[in-house]
Design a binder for this molecule. Sequence first.
Ligand SMILES: [Zn+2]
Length: 621
Amino acid sequence: MSSQLKVRGTIVSVHFFRRLLLASLLWVLSSPLAAQEVFEPLLDVDPPSVVCGTPRVFDQQFGILPVNPVQDGQGLDFLQEPRVLHADYTGKITVRNLRIVGDYPTITFRRWTPVGEVNETWTRRSTQTIGGRLVSRFTRSWPAAALRKALRARTYGYDKPQIFWGVVETPVAEMDLYFRVTSKNIPVATVTKINNRVQYSSHVVNLSVGPFTNRRVTHGGSGFAFATAAKLFYQHFPDVYDGLSFVTQRDALSENYAAFHSLVKNAVSGIGLSLFNNTSTYGSAGRLQAIEFYRGAFALQNDVSNHEALHQWADFFDVAEMAGYDCGGHQCSSHMPLLFPRENYVGAVLEETRRVRRVGGDVYEIQRTPNPGIQHPLHKYAMGHANAGSVPNLVVFEDQEQFGDSSSSPDPGTELTGNSQIVAMSDILGTHGPRTGPVMARWRRALVVISPAGTLLSQKEMNYWNFYAKRMGENQNTTSYHGIPSFFRASGNKMRLRTDIDARNYPKITKGFQTVFRNYGRTDWRGVTFDAAVRSRYLVNANYTFSGRVTLTDQPYHVILIIAEMADGTQERFQGNIVGQRFSVTGKFLKRGNYRLRVFLFYPGSGSQYQSTGVSGVIVK
Ligand SMILES: [Zn+2]
């Protein structure tokens, strides 16, 4: 099975941070409980690629690329309703006032389902004018059955609190659209409302800034009103943050990025970057080093967050050019080229889940990055956490586009082709000089959610952002299904990501809550209600029982299969009969690691089935 998604990349090259591995085998399971019947779980489908916009923003910041008004046909944003979804939701789902710059009576939406895309034509509901430009607005609703379909091959979890919903298509752009989905078992946030434009909780700040997104119309797709928002932030919150990471209540649309890291200040020399300090632009007296923007819930995923944070220091070494080669892959001016050894978090060619292995002599192949992935020694050096002597000779490959013009996850075992050159640390020192400047033991980030004029986040939205923002700051036990650990662990335990919020004139909210090893809710898997909360942490070789009730009544379901699965294909299966809608299955996990739990339901003659829901963020110790 291959992706139904149309390949993107007409305007910028595509960067795959993440690509679910498709195990190529479909295994067949003969049930001892229902002889002659065969139960086959169907595999899920690749989610779309995720694009990093940092190099473009960097080039605009330094005048290499012009900042032009947004082109007609590009998207601005939309409101998800309900604003936070749960897997058991049974109401209507709406995309409200999705805004496309330009005069478009209709647009196309390619809604993703397990069996292919459904093409929808959306008709314009209204228009508005921003900066003299017409903006077309669209609203679309679906019944709950659409959510059920989406969950049948999309995994969500504490490590990834969103699902891909489909692609907005205009004559000039294709833009991925995600919905926030979370476990029901997240805690209620304590919220302090300072005024009608400012509220905060222990790990998130919410500001109402009217022009924040509309500024993109005149200042380009990444031209949010960061300075306006930052100045409002500093009126109420102290200048103690290294980075302000912005997200928007109305989810941003863009085909150019899922996230970007914009350097405000650099005080480190020897990493291929000039020294500069633009902190006053944002109202900081010198502490602020970066502004980040994340679409959707990408700020809450280790892969995207680790990547963007690392852009403060990497990768500006231009190692491919030092080897005498053209760089390639995704925006290679600030991403690491294809080289050996080790994995890295800002690859132009390989995602962090892949690295190069030497088979012998000059023969190299792709291998899966061992869990957990750790930052590359050259990047640890750039951060000041390793000395020059610890950086190995780098074998740089001539054909930087042998896996295409974006970063990707080639199959393990794929052999590399073409010539290679060694670049030694002495070459890097000769080109860039020694690294000097501050060495940080922590990066302090404030997650700031921007609401439109006249509104602030609801309690439920505050719960969502606050919980996950705290989780991002945990040192350990947050490793994702794909083996991507916390920022701290990825840094080799050298640098913490601190996400708690201090306010200027109001007390810090210190009420604690558990984010790691937190149970999942009884109804977090659509179609079943478990008898008790479902653990997210298990012990290897211990027996566990999953029991509960099947709530779907559209078929006479008679067999349940729960598959616990790791990204490398390791599976444990728990199977049993459903009698009077009830089930109870027992089994054990035989390997430690990061899992997702997928529930499959079968009825007589049903044949192969997609999951009813898959939930990741499950750890076996
Ligand atoms: Zn990047």
